[in-house]
Each structure stands twice: as structure tokens, then as C-alpha cells.
Design a protein around this ligand. Structure first.
Ligand SMILES: Nc1ncnc2c1ncn2[C@@H]1O[C@H](COP(=O)(O)OP(=O)(O)OP(=O)(O)O)[C@@H](O)[C@H]1O
Length: 588
């Protein structure tokens, strides 16, 4: 036997009024929306019908919202107003009717957030009959005929709940009406004063293009709280969407990035709507009006459906086109923009070839020959080498420059990925991570006489460094001011990364990683002594093994520190020992 669900009416009303919305302030949005929908419905059958909404708060603190809409018959009151989830704005198949903002049949209940009784006094334009309905938060209602109204339309009256009077304060009401109704296509009056402009500034008529642009920039200043760098027109016909994007002149606060101001059929929905632009577009803030995107029941965001995804693509494409056009007509302004929004454009360049070209041409990277664009760097160095960490760059910038090797600091966010992608895009560019083994190979060996004279020193150095898993090498390289370099070598670094990952991993990951047993490290890290350095030159001929040992220990720890390598406890002990030992000898 089949049964029907039972509904706890009071609980349902409570759920749909108090727990659906972010703030009680939306009660006024729902009132305005119903008024505008009722006017739209009346004008569909009576095109010249008046279209105005009047909101007043009387001396007793009651709020009255009066419209010149279609009104309701007694039958419609029962069917639509008094039936939760029933809406006159859906067609016979249950689809939202296109011209109306409402569709769910629950919006009026939001008034229970601020009122304990809702009175609807309405006269149907169809029958001319007037009725009065009064609904309460427990789900009960009364319906009485009359009193007569002169004109078709509806007046909704709210009696404030104890403690909610401030929401019905005249100044608050005017502010909310202005906010939600700013662009609604009917006149909205509050306390006798019209509070809305009725038309979004991007839809308005202007004498010429420049006047329009200045008006939009002024509007953008109000929206962003700062002067925008530029304004971009947006249109996504499938979503019935028009609007503008303001390019920020400074980086957005994290709470604002990727959030946009959105109107639904000209009614304000929210200032913090996400998902309108691809992630990389965080340097722009959109203000748009849409007819087709599907709002959730709270009307505080949109469903993440195919239409929203397609709209995001279209709008992203328009921002991208604007960027490309700017590159062609005003490269200086583009450079200024890229300087402010560097990381956003870099992120875009990770999957967009045009943006990659922009980055190539306009964004400066840190290289071992100073700041320069990748385009310029590639002109000088057909092989683009990069480091994957800032520390490695710092350590090797000078020494690679001295060997004539161009080096890019790939340690900053996205830098290495950008350089690699550029290599894939441009067949004439070879991109390679700096291989420190190759670098050591490029250093000149010392001549035979020096090698013979340094044998004793190298034996001492080998003995000192062996417990640290490091071996000494003597070479000649520029700059001569550099005494030693600690070089890990690619194979060693990979093995180290793997063992660190395995140590940190837990559960299934640890098991998976342990399958890649760290290979026996073929090449130990090297401490490369530079024989062109005057100190090293003297050091290799010192015939006091204990002094040589202290010097090696000191240079080893110094090389670790300057290379940004973590100091093990053994290395820290070495640093202390060598420092104190050398001090003792020099003061003796
Ligand atoms: N000012 C009004 N004039 C005429 N009819 C109204 C008015 N306000 C409400 N109604 C009627 O009451 C019904 C229910 O209104 P309610 O605001 O709860 O839902 P809705 O507007 O249909 O949908 P949504 O939940 O999306 O707002 C409406 O469909 C409409 O038929």
C-alpha cells in the first residue's frame, strides 16, 4: 500500500525561510522580484499598463510594498500564494517561464525572517475582485474578500518580528531597495523617492564611445573601490548575458579574487559570485546581467552546469582577446598591467599559447645576466638553462655566467613550467634544467704540476669529507673570487628527493614509493675547489694536515650554507669545530 509523505508545515516554513538564505536582507529582494514579475505578467496582456513599485514604512513600523501588477484571484491565492513550492511562473510542464525572475514558489517565505505575519491585499486585473490573505510562520493563513482596491495590483504588508525591526527601518529599506532594484526595469519608489536608475550603465545610450568609456570607468571605480586599469565589454548570448569586466589596477584581496557582481534579469543577486571567469582571470572583476544562467533556490549562486562552463569559456575568451589587442596597440600599458598581475598572466600562460607569447615578450625573469624577458634571453642563448630552486640559482648564477652559460631562475612560481612550455612551443629553442655534472665538466682541470703538488691536500680533504658522503675535486674556473662550490649532481639529487618522499609518505603511498628503491648513488656530491682563487691556491700547498683539515671543514660548511643546503647535525658540528679551531690557530 502506498502512503504519501507527511509534511510538518511549521518546520517546512522555518527551513525555507530561516535556513535557505545567507542573510535576512534578501526579504526585500523577494518582494521586489514578485512585484516586478507581477508587472511583467500584467504587461504581457496589457502592454501599456503602469509599472511602478512603491515601498513605505508606516508610523507603526509596518512595511508596505505596493505594485501595479496583475494581482491574484481568490483561486490563485490558494493555488500559488498559499501552496509552498507552487509558482505561477512555471509552465504546464514545470519549466520556469522565461520572462519571470521567480520560479520556485518559496521566495515569499523569506519574509518570515523579518516578519511574523505577511498580509497580501490584491486585486486581480482579470476579474477585478479584491481579496486579503494573511499568512503566519506556523503555516496557517486566512483569506477574506475585500477591501476593494481602485486599481489592479498587490500590496504586501509585513509586520516585524520582535527583534527584527531594524530590517524594516526606512533607511535600511531604502538602501536594500537601491541595492537589489538598481537595474530593475520598473520604477521603484521608497518613501516617495525613486531609488533606481533602471538601466545598467553598459546598456545605456551615450553620445559617443569615449563618453561611454568614461562613464563605465567611473562606474568601475565605484564597484572596485579603486580606478580600474581598463574596462572590457562582455557578452555571452547563450546565457543571455551582457556586462563588463574591470581590470584591476592592483592585486585583488584574496577574499575578492574570482568573485563577481551578478544580476539576474536585472535583479541584484550578489557581489561575490564565483565561477564566471576561468581561474586565471582573477585580475578582472565582472559586473554582468544574465537571463539564462540557472540560479539555485536561494538565488545566491548559479548551478555549476554546462551552460555556466560554456559561459566561463566565452567570457575568458573575451578577456584574452582584449589582452592580445592591448599587446598590439598599447604595449606600454600592457607591460604595466603585466607587472601588476604577473602571477595571473603566468598562470594563464601555462595552458594558453597566446598568453605564453605575451609572457615571453613582456615579463622579465631573473637571469644570471640580470632581469630580462625570455625573448631577449633566447636571442642571446639558444640553449635556455634554468634552475628549479631559487637557492640553486643564487649559488650558481655567477659561476655559470663566468662560463658563458645563460641561466634562468626557475625557482619562482610557474617560472620553470613557463620556460619548459616555451621550449615545446618554439622548435628553435632548447630548454634544459641546469645539469651541475656538466657544469663541473666544463671547469678546467689543474695542470700536472699543481695536481702533483696538491695530492697531500686532496688526501686530507678526502679523509675529512668522507664521513659527510662528499668528495673533493680541484679545478680552475671563473670567477676567481669563488673558492669552493658544493655540487650535488642530478642522480644524487633525484635519489635524495625519492628517499625524502618515501620517509614522509604514509600508508599506500609509502608502499608504492618503496618500489622505487633509491638506486645506489653512482656519483657522490662534490666539493669543487677553485684553484684560481688565491686562498685555495695557498691552501693546497699547506703542509700542515691539521690546518688543511680545518680549512676544508670550514669551506665545506660555508659552501653548504651559501648553497642553501640544510645543515645536518654532523655538518653543524663541523662548522663549529672548524671555526673554533681556526680561531685558536690565528690567535696563538
Ligand atoms: N506581488 C505579487 N503579485 C502577484 N502575485 C504574487 C505576488 N507575490 C507573490 N505572488 C504569487 O505567489 C506565488 C509564490 O510567490 P513566491 O515569491 O513564494 O514564489 P515565486 O516568485 O513563484 O518563486 P521563487 O521562489 O523563485 O521566488 C507567485 O508565483 C505568484 O503567483
Amino acid at each position: 500500500m502506498q502512503h504519501s509523505f507527511q509534511v510538518n508545515l511549521g518546520g517546512m516554513v522555518d527551513l525555507l525561510s530561516h535556513h535557505l538564505y545567507n542573510s535576512p536582507r534578501v526579504y526585500l529582494r523577494e518582494l521586489l522580484q514578485n512585484a516586478v514579475d507581477a508587472i511583467t505578467a500584467r504587461r504581457a496582456v496589457e502592454p501599456g499598463a503602469p509599472g511602478a513599485v512603491q515601498i513605505d514604512v508606516d508610523d507603526e513600523g509596518l512595511l508596505h510594498c505596493r505594485d501595479t501588477g496583475l494581482g491574484l484571484t481568490e483561486e490563485q491565492v490558494h493555488e500559488f500564494l498559499a501552496t509552498i513550492g507552487q509558482s505561477s511562473k512555471r509552465d504546464d510542464l514545470g519549466f520556469a517561464r522565461h520572462d519571470f525572475i521567480g520560479q520556485f514558489g518559496i521566495g515569499l517565505l523569506s519574509c518570515f525572517m523579518v516578519a511574523d505575519a505577511i498580509t497580501v491585499h490584491t486585486r486581480s486585473a482579470d476579474t477585478g475582485d479584491s481579496v486579503t490573505w494573511q499568512g503566519f510562520a506556523d503555516g496557517s493563513y486566512t483569506l477574506t474578500p475585500g477591501p476593494e482596491r481602485d486599481e489592479p495590483g498587490t500590496t504586501v504588508t509585513l509586520r516585524p518580528r520582535p527583534g527584527s525591526n531594524h530590517w524594516l527601518d526606512p533607511a535600511t529599506v531604502a538602501e536594500l531597495a537601491r541595492e537589489f532594484g538598481e537595474f530593475l526595469p520598473v520604477e521603484i519608489h521608497c518613501g516617495g523617492e525613486q531609488v533606481n536608475a533602471g538601466e545598467p550603465p553598459w546598456e545605456a545610450e551615450y553620445a559617443n564611445g569615449e563618453e561611454r568609456r568614461q562613464a563605465l570607468l567611473a562606474y568601475g571605480r565605484a564597484v572596485l573601490g579603486e580606478a580600474p586599469l581598463d574596462v572590457v565589454d562582455l557578452a555571452a548570448p547563450e546565457a543571455g548575458l551582457t556586462g563588463v569586466a574591470f581590470v584591476r589596477g592592483s592585486t585583488a584581496r584574496p577574499t575578492e579574487a574570482g568573485r563577481h557582481r551578478v544580476y539576474l534579469k536585472r535583479m541584484f543577486i550578489g557581489d561575490d559570485i564565483e565561477g564566471l571567469l576561468p581561474e586565471w582571470g582573477f585580475f578582472a572583476r565582472c559586473v554582468v546581467d544574465t537571463r539564462e544562467l540557472r540560479p539555485t533556490a536561494s538565488r545566491e549562486r548559479f548551478f555549476e552546469d554546462d551552460l555556466l562552463a560554456a559561459t566561463r569559456e566565452v567570457l575568458g575568451g573575451q578577456i584574452r582577446q582584449w589582452l592580445m589587442r592591448l599587446a598590439a596597440i598599447d604595449p606600454e600599458r600592457l607591460a604595466a598591467l603585466l607587472a601588476v598581475h604577473r602571477s595571473g598572466v603566468m598562470a594563464l600562460a601555462l595552458h594558453d599559447d597566446d598568453a605564453l607569447r605575451l609572457v615571453d615578450r613582456y615579463i622579465e625573469f631573473e637571469t644570471n645576466q640580470g632581469l630580462m624577458t625570455l625573448e631577449e634571453f633566447r636571442r642571446r642563448h639558444p640553449v635556455v638553462r634554468y634552475t628549479s630552486s631559487v637557492d640553486e640559482f643564487r649559488q650558481l648564477a655567477k659561476v655559470t655566467a663566468a662560463q658563458g652559460i645563460g641561466l634562468i631562475n626557475g625557482g619562482y612560481v610557474h617560472a620553470a613550467e613557463i620556460v619548459l612550455r616555451l621550449g615545446r612551443l618554439d622548435p628553435d629553442t632548447t630548454v634544459a634544467r641546469l645539469d651541475t655534472d656538466d657544469l663541473v665538466m666544463s671547469f678546467e682541470p689543474v695542470d700536472d704540476a699543481v695536481a702533483a703538488a696538491s695530492r697531500g691536500f686532496l688526501d686530507t680533504a678526502r679523509a675529512v669529507l668522507e664521513p659527510h658522503g662528499c668528495e673533493p675535486v680541484l679545478r680552475e674556473f671563473e670567477p676567481a673570487s669563488l673558492s669552493v662550490l658544493y655540487m650535488e649532481g642530478e642522480a644524487h639529487r633525484q635519489a635524495k628527493d625519492l628517499s625524502a618522499a618515501t620517509e614522509q609518505a604514509e600508508g599506500a603511498w609509502a608502499a608504492a614509493l618503496s618500489m622505487f628503491d633509491a638506486p645506489a648513488v653512482a656519483q657522490l656530491p662534490q666539493l669543487v675547489f677553485n684553484h684560481r682563487n688565491p686562498l685555495v691556491k695557498r691552501m693546497v700547498t699547506v703542509d700542515d694536515p691539521s690546518l688543511a683539515g680545518l680549512a676544508v671543514e670550514a669551506l665545506y660548511s660555508h659552501a653548504l650554507l651559501t648553497g642553501g643546503h640544510p645543515l645536518s647535525s654532523a655538518a653543524t658540528a663541523t662548522l663549529n669545530r672548524s671555526f673554533l679551531g681556526l680561531l685558536e690557530r690565528s690567535i696563538r
